[in-house]
Design a protein around this ligand. Sequence first.
Ligand code: ISE
Length: 364
Amino acid sequence: MSNPTIACGHGIGAASMSPPSALLSVGLIGTGSIGADHARRLARTVAGARVHSVFDVDSARAAAVGAEVGAEVRRSAGDVIEDPAVDAVLVASADESHAEMVLASIGARKPVLCEKPLAPTVTESLEIVAAEQAAGRMLVQVGFMRRYDEGFCSLKAAVRDGVIGQPVTSHCVHRNATSPPGFTSAMSFTSSVIHEVDTMRWLLDEEIVAVTVVPTRTSPLAPEGLRDPQIVLLETESGIVVDTEVFVNCQYGYDVRAELVGSLGAISLDQPSSSTVALEGARRRAVVWDWRDRFASAYRSEVQQWVAAVRAHATEGAERPVATGAATAWDGYAATAVAESAAVALETGARQAVVLEARPPLYT
Ligand code: ISE
């Protein structure tokens, strides 16, 4: 199924890139939390690119980020995407707008890095896949940044090398301190568990074929109407069952963990190491609060490798402007298909089969 290459490549940066002929001019759509983060990354830590122009539905927010990174502020997303001076597009707007932005970028024949999810619905995701096929080439990379996280890459390498024998099951935890306003039970799948879905497809190199949501007691601190926590069971083609506890109002911080159990042993990924303070009769280890901090180096590596791939495509004739091992539009579609099935499973209380379309040759 997906490309088995390990994307990680920490240290890939200015030193390993070909000499720049010109900076890649990136148009940024969405300057909210992760969009603003990407803008700073592109302006300060990623080599070979600059933020050319930005758009956000909140014009004050766009103006602030534009001023900070020296980018022009546009009045519409179309003004960014269609500007001939923009070489590539980074989409970090609200999830519901992703499909429209990505389709417009494909229409303009521009490489696009789209934050996850590719789109919140299967219908929109398939439209993107169809548009890419009509364009005759891959242009879309999806921002599943865990593929660039050192810890997750070490899990991938262990599976590839057979360190734990044959994987048989996996246990994951995905907790956020609090959920943003308007967060729904289904968004726990399309916004949060979708990471575990992509991670497991990538780690195990198998599709997810069924999903079940097991009801558990709702936290008294969950906002009205939100099922939180939820336990999600993913089943892969070969019968591996992955359980994920998703709890988006755990109150104490951001906590993402994964354990893969194999026929010979188990490998687990805890929070990245942080110092332990011994004081007043107790040992304390901080828990990171924000997912942008937990995955900062993964995001940097992801954006750097995307920039390098787009530039190599433009200047050296590389086959596609998508980084090796990164999530493609197909991966984005497959992940959304599982998340959408999870929402059905929550409603029906039954195991929901996930049936994917046939994979087009562009993605094989
Ligand atoms: C958020 O949108 C992210 O992408 C984070 O990585 C994830 O952990 C969090 O649950 C999402 O809401």
